[in-house]
Design a protein around this ligand. Sequence first.
Ligand SMILES: O=C(CO)COP(=O)(O)O
Length: 243
Amino acid sequence: MAVGKIIIAGNWKMHKTQAEALEFLTVLKSKVEETNETREIVLCVPFTALSILSKSLHGGKVRLGAQNVHWEDKGAYTGEISGPMLTELSVDYVVIGHSERRQYFSETDETANLRVITAQRHGLTPILCVGESKQQRDAGEAESVIINQLQKGLVDVDQSNLVIAYEPIWAIGTGDTCESTEANRIIRVIRDQLSNKNVTIQYGGSVKPNNIDEIMAQSDIDGALVGGASLDPVNFARIINYQ
Ligand SMILES: O=C(CO)COP(=O)(O)O
């Protein structure tokens, strides 16, 4: 059904060597040849796989994404990566503010905001991740947490080049998917916060071949950000080719 452009993105997190990435791509390409052009396919891969995939994807229907970008173009920031380093490799998307970055690497709404603005300055499309923890949900705070993340994360952001991913933390990597109707309800809450109502808003958290059809049948869900199930090309292709 979808409101914004449909984008199905795989977030490989810290998985796959270059050799494994190429092997994956060979299988995936063969399975998405017939995929409708209105569905954008994105692979958000480790930095080390960007170069080789960039060469193999050239001109194809699969787009490349990174998993982070720093707000400075260069400098003494050990372990970080800059916008020009990504655009040189034909990267189009970048995941920002993922809950794993927030939880394990002290990423904040303020740094996520700087990264989103920087991504846009370089012509990259940021995929800003928001979502509540189990504790926050149980306390009835899901909406207020997400609204706060959006208000801080979207300061001075151009909403004409933006993707939001709603990823409830308790549903990530747990097999515990958020009910699709509930994901749709929260995504409407997110859309209400935006000035551009056509922003692509994805759902992420235990998306699998057996639940994607129901998720994508919802009125406001414009795609998925897929973790574990995007590591297998057959599973990921089934998700891309949802009914
Ligand atoms: O974090 C996610 C995507 O960014 C979701 O991960 P899973 O699909 O493994 O739950």
